[in-house]
Design a protein around this ligand. Structure first.
Ligand code: HEC
Length: 204
């Protein structure tokens, strides 16, 4: 029995010296049999690193990088501007028509529409189709919920509302405000209106 207590005391001392008291914090890295991902090579922000030849941990953006929301090359599409050209709204109500700063008139219309067509074909056609009938490539591969843009005529769906849909998305459609510059969005709207009027003329 004497030996038992002796051995027991020894074990207690050993265990405590190895593992410490309950709740005690360690500063050294714990032993990990299966490290998973809690220990990994990384560079903390603002610290030096000998991994790169210039000794800096932080990297500069690759030349030509465009930050999200700065597709215009300005901070305009990102700011808190509340005017019509940036929001499609006058106060709480949607506006209609091209904003003045777009400079849409008889002389510029052809150029803006051509530009709008090019941008539409890049950003909208894959889903909404070349003619806006909602039968783009996405519908072909089986995404059936893309609506025809013919269902959103000016009378029901003012330009400002379309601007908001392009900028922020609607329902299942994501927003494109972060990568379609403001002027391009308005040019796309002008082109969608041209598609609609071509369609309504054809239908009569
Ligand atoms: C990735 C596919 C996709 C792309 C790209 C896309 N859309 Fe859509 N769009 C949709 C879907 C899906 C809906 C239906 C959303 C819903 O009702 O949930 C929709 C709805 C709309 C609507 C009606 C929204 C409403 O208020 O009901 C308009 C207008 C529209 N899109 C315009 C555009 C324009 C303009 C572009 C190009 C800038 C564009 N979309 C790009 C998929 C897309």
């Amino acid at each position: 029995m004497r030996y038992f207590f002796l051995v027991f005391a020894l074990i207690v001392v050993l265990v405590v010296s190895f593992f410490g008291f309950r709740g005690e914090k360690f500063s050294s890295t714990p032993l990990r049999l299966f490290p998973d991902m809690d220990d990994q090579d990384k560079i903390k922000s603002q610290t030096p690193s000998d991994f790169f030849s210039d000794g800096m941990g932080a990297r500069k953006p690759v030349a030509g990088t465009v930050p999200r929301g700065f597709a215009d090359g300005s901070s305009y599409s990102y700011g808190n501007s509340t005017d019509y050209v940036h929001t499609g709204r006058f106060g709480d109500a949607y506006g209609d028509g091209m904003p003045k700063s777009i400079g849409f008139n008889v002389k510029t219309a052809a150029g803006i529409l051509r530009h709008g067509k090019e941008r539409y074909n890049i950003s909208c056609m894959p889903c909404h189709g070349e003619s806006g009938n909602g039968k783009g490539a996405a519908a072909v591969i089986g995404i059936p919920i893309v609506p025809s843009l013919m269902n959103f005529p000016k009378e029901k769906y003012p330009d400002g509302q379309m601007f908001e849909t392009i900028s922020n998305g609607k329902g299942q459609m994501g927003g494109y405000g972060y990568n379609i510059p403001i002027n391009d969005r308005w040019a796309i709207i002008a082109y969608v209106r041209a598609l609609q009027s071509a369609n309504s003329t054809a239908a009569k």
